[in-house]
Ligand binder design. Sequence first.
Ligand code: SF4
Length: 81
Amino acid sequence: MIQITQQRAKCIGCNACVEAADYRWRVSRKDGKCTLVGGIEKRGFYIAKVGDDELEDNMRAAQNCPVHIIRVEMMNSAKMK
Ligand code: SF4
């Protein structure tokens, strides 16, 4: 599982994340900023936990975001030995 975080207030609506992962990002008609689909707001940050299969596309979204407000992290899976 991976966690995607977006600091939405700083989004400039450039569409780069939508081009990288159109199933996970959508430009809002209301304010022109991008919305993280399935994201839950927490103190200005939107967070979505999604499957590993989305890693590559969303890493590209994070890399292409010109204002660097997207973060993608691998979730620690605590494995028992
Ligand atoms: S790439 Fe970054 S600035 Fe551009 S629309 Fe997506 S979140 Fe906003």
